[in-house]
Design a protein around this ligand. Structure first.
Ligand code: AMP
Length: 367
């Protein structure tokens, strides 16, 4: 893996894809600077080497049109404060004005380009747009972890125009090291906990981890596709009938590979998808019509706890209940406590996915 450490940026202009897709309030103030803070070490490395940084990012979903509400101009002062350098700004990401701004950029300076997604060519991964972007720097650095999986012009496609002069930023490198600690060098037992709404959105993860894990803990909405496939009654719970075959295949593959699968045994069922619904604890495979499972039940949590506390490596993706509603957040909070305890006992734990990270922040498990 080629990282920043392998490159000397002295006298070079680094074109850095950052993820500055930050939340703004009604007055366009940045309300959470985490993503800017996360990119800071990469930007500082370039400057400390004696180089200049050209930053490119998207903000929101302007869908190929100029939209002043989604201008990166709103965040210039915040980025300047965080980096400690007055950031320059140019009102496009390609074109003559940009070329002039880039060629006038002095070493030690930082230039922020306007929202990439003002051009629809960004998300379609257009080659000539990517080539135009590539002219904004001598070396390409990708540090936009949140968008690195997309074949967009500023990520995958632009990299082609830097055959050798490219690398990962610190943030991306750290994420890759972390996932390798689970997928390649994880101390056994390795446990993956998969929750969230649907089997269909997690299927590629499941297929990829079956060769790597000892335990697969399944929770959340995807539970019911497995339970119904095995012949249980799931009432009105979220269920993908067209994925039941797939669920059975996963269970069979897991068995062949010696992976122990832990499904919920009981759930907190509700008579409505609402925080104020009536609730009862029922067996996972005996949910009546008119009821839906919205959180893990107490016996399930006990079972999950014992698996998690004996694990040395833990990967968590997806809440085990509808944690956005207070009355159905208890399972996800409990799971956070178990992972916390295992981590304090020496396990390595990695949490991924927007909802899971939101839950980790919301319930105070970030440290
Ligand atoms: P994902 O993005 O696939 O990780 O799914 C996260 C979403 O799954 C969250 O919004 C949760 O509210 C939802 N979820 C978790 N458990 C359930 C459930 N039992 N029924 C419906 N939605 C659920």
């Amino acid at each position: 893996m080629k990282t920043l450490e392998h490159i000397d940026f002295n006298n070079k202009k680094a074109l850095i894809r950052v993820d500055f897709n930050v939340p703004l309030d009604a007055d366009f103030n940045v309300t959470d600077t985490s993503r800017i803070d996360a990119a800071k070490p990469t930007i500082l490395k370039v400057l400390e080497d004696g180089g200049a940084a050209v930053l490119m990012s998207h903000l929101g979903r302007p869908k190929g049109k100029v939209n002043p509400d989604m201008s990166l101009g709103h965040i210039v002062d915040t980025v300047s404060d965080i980096i400690g350098v007055q950031v320059k700004f140019v009102s496009d990401c390609i074109g003559q004005e940009v070329q002039e701004a880039v060629s006038g950029l002095q070493m030690g300076e930082v230039l922020l380009l306007e929202n990439l997604r003002y051009h629809e060519e960004e998300t379609t991964g257009d080659e000539s747009f990517a080539k135009a972007l590539s002219e904004n720097g001598d070396i390409y650095v990708n540090d936009a972890f949140g968008t690195a999986h997309r074949a967009h012009a500023s990520t995958t496609v632009v990299a082609q125009f830097f055959p050798n002069q490219k690398c990962f930023g610190y943030l991306l490198a750290k994420e890759i090291e972390s996932i390798a600690k689970v997928m390649e060098t994880g101390e056994k037992p390795v446990t993956a906990i998969l929750g969230g709404a649907k089997v269909s959105s997690k299927i590629t993860i499941i297929e990829n981890i079956l060769d790597k894990v000892d335990h697969l803990v399944v929770g959340g909405g995807m539970t019911y596709t497995f339970v119904k496939a095995k012949g249980g009654s799931v009432g009105d719970s979220i269920c993908e009938d067209d994925k039941m075959e797939l669920a059975l295949t996963i269970l069979k593959q897991a068995e062949e590979k010696g992976v122990q699968v832990h499904l919920p045994v009981d759930v907190l069922a509700a008579d409505d998808f609402s925080n104020d619904a009536n609730t009862q604890i029922v067996a996972v495979d005996q949910i009546q019509d008119g009821w839906q499972g919205l959180d893990a039940g107490p016996q399930t949590l006990e079972n999950f706890k014992s698996v998690i506390l004996q694990s040395k490596t833990i990967l968590w993706n997806g809440p085990v209940g509808v944690f956005e509603m207070e009355n159905f957040a208890k399972g996800t909070i409990a799971l956070g406590h178990f992972i916390d305890e295992a981590t304090q006992n020496g396990a390595f734990s990695l949490v991924g996915g927007g909802d899971s990270v939101a839950a980790v922040k919301q319930f105070g498990f970030l440290d």
